[in-house]
Design a protein around this ligand. Structure first.
Ligand code: SOE
Length: 396
């Protein structure tokens, strides 16, 4: 038994992300020494039976049918927001004002205006020791964290090119259902905010540079889809019977954009980004490649335990070296399995909890902060503005 003080968590939402977060809250203290001991105190969802079933399955002690109850409860220290983007601002601001720490899924909000209000609330709360973080979980993939370490060690030199792709294919089927991710009023945007936001955050974080301007193109390939019924997840089929109603897709299916980065004292990199859920055969190809004056790095989540590194100081025919990121000295890895045994998608969420709880315990601002996530939100808005204006260059 640990003697650490409890950190009593109330989670809102319990679908895909709620399940990933629940796993992380349970697992983190079993593999890492944390200054506070997470407790899965309550989960909130509007449907009492479904929320109860989720609580039993995912390991939560109690259930609420209104998230406001979590915010009001004295036995909750942190609110974990795993709901669609249209609810993030209201829940996060109410929680912060009630003195609860907040973990909020990405993208932070559905608009820059909401993200600004959330950031203001976060900065005000931080002065009282109440912390907040946005869930860009890929930062916690060991190979990407190692990539950042290499950049900080100067092993790439000055970064010239940043190439980021996030390729999935779960919407390729025109009969995949019309879930909330395809409804702009709920999700804010489509591939752009759902997966492109991860690429933007990861690229800026690994390179240590911010995007200053973009030129973009957005496309919606399938304008209507069968209504989802009770379906909330990815893929599957809606109601395909006869004249069953179809819903209008109001978000982008794919986004591409070029970008200019701010390199500080050095010349900034130029970047290309692509986010789509129509790349047949690509399941979760979250890829990032950086080319610098001394070397290059390449990562693909479909081979997530590998970081490829090209070192220009070596003989050119040495080519890219594949680093199997499973050594104890690699980020996060030492707390898991013996050398060579690899990690998966869920570990990013576990590491996210580790970093969040450690920062809260030490009274530090966790990263990415709401301010960091607001900057990503500004890039998303600039991409949309450019695409709406014939791809004209748009400053962030
Ligand atoms: C769906 O595209 C999704 O589940 C995203 O919402 C997640 O953020 C990403 O990690 C995996 O893909």
């Amino acid at each position: 038994m640990t003697s650490a003080q409890p950190l009593r968590v109330g989670m809102v939402g319990y679908a895909f992300m709620g399940a990933a977060h629940s796993h992380a809250w349970r697992t983190a203290p079993r593999f890492f020494d944390l200054p506070l001991q997470p407790q899965l105190t309550a989960v909130a969802g509007r449907n009492a039976d479904a929320a109860r079933a989720a609580a039993d399955k995912l390991g939560w002690d109690s259930v609420e049918t209104d998230w406001r109850r979590l915010v009001d409860r004295d036995d909750i220290d942190l609110i974990d927001i795993c709901t669609p983007g249209d609810t993030h601002a209201e829940i996060a601001i109410a929680a912060l004002e009630a003195g609860k720490h907040v973990l909020c899924e990405k993208p932070l909000a559905n608009s820059v205006e909401e993200a600004e209000r959330m950031t203001l609330a976060a900065e005000t709360a931080a002065k009282q020791g109440v912390m907040s973080m946005c869930g860009f979980s890929y930062r916690r993939t060991p190979a990407l964290a190692l990539a950042k370490r290499f950049v900080e060690q100067g092993r790439l030199g000055e970064i010239r090119h940043i190439r980021a792709q996030y390729l999935q294919d779960w919407l390729s089927d025109a009969n995949a259902p019309m879930t909330w991710r395809l409804d702009k009023s709920k999700s804010g945007s489509g591939s752009l905010g759902d997966i492109g936001a991860h690429s933007i955050d990861a690229a800026q974080w690994v390179a240590g540079q911010s995007i200053t301007g973009v030129s973009a193109l957005l496309e919606t390939f399938v304008p209507e889809r069968p209504l989802a019924g009770d379906l909330v997840g990815l893929g599957g089929h809606g109601d395909l019977s006869g004249d069953a109603p179809r819903g209008k897709v109001t978000v982008d299916d794919a986004a591409i954009f070029s970008a200019k980065f701010d390199g500080g004292a050095a010349a900034g990199a130029i970047g290309v980004f692509e986010a789509t859920r129509y790349a047949l055969g690509r399941k979760n190809a979250m890829r990032l490649e950086l080319n610098g004056t001394k070397g290059s790095l390449a990562f693909d989540f479909e081979d997530m335990n590998v970081l490829s590194f090209y070192d220009a100081a070596e003989s050119p025919d040495a080519g890219f070296r594949k680093i199997f990121v499973t050594e104890p000295e690699h980020p996060y890895v030492g707390n898991w399995w013996p050398t060579g045994h690899g990690l998966g998608y869920e570990h990013g969420f576990t590491h996210q909890v580790v970093d969040l709880v450690t920062a809260i315990g030490e009274g530090r601002q966790p990263e990415p902060s709401f301010a960091d996530a607001l900057q990503v939100q500004r890039v998303l808005a600039a991409v949309e503005a450019s695409a709406a204006n014939s791809s004209q260059w748009q400053k962030v």
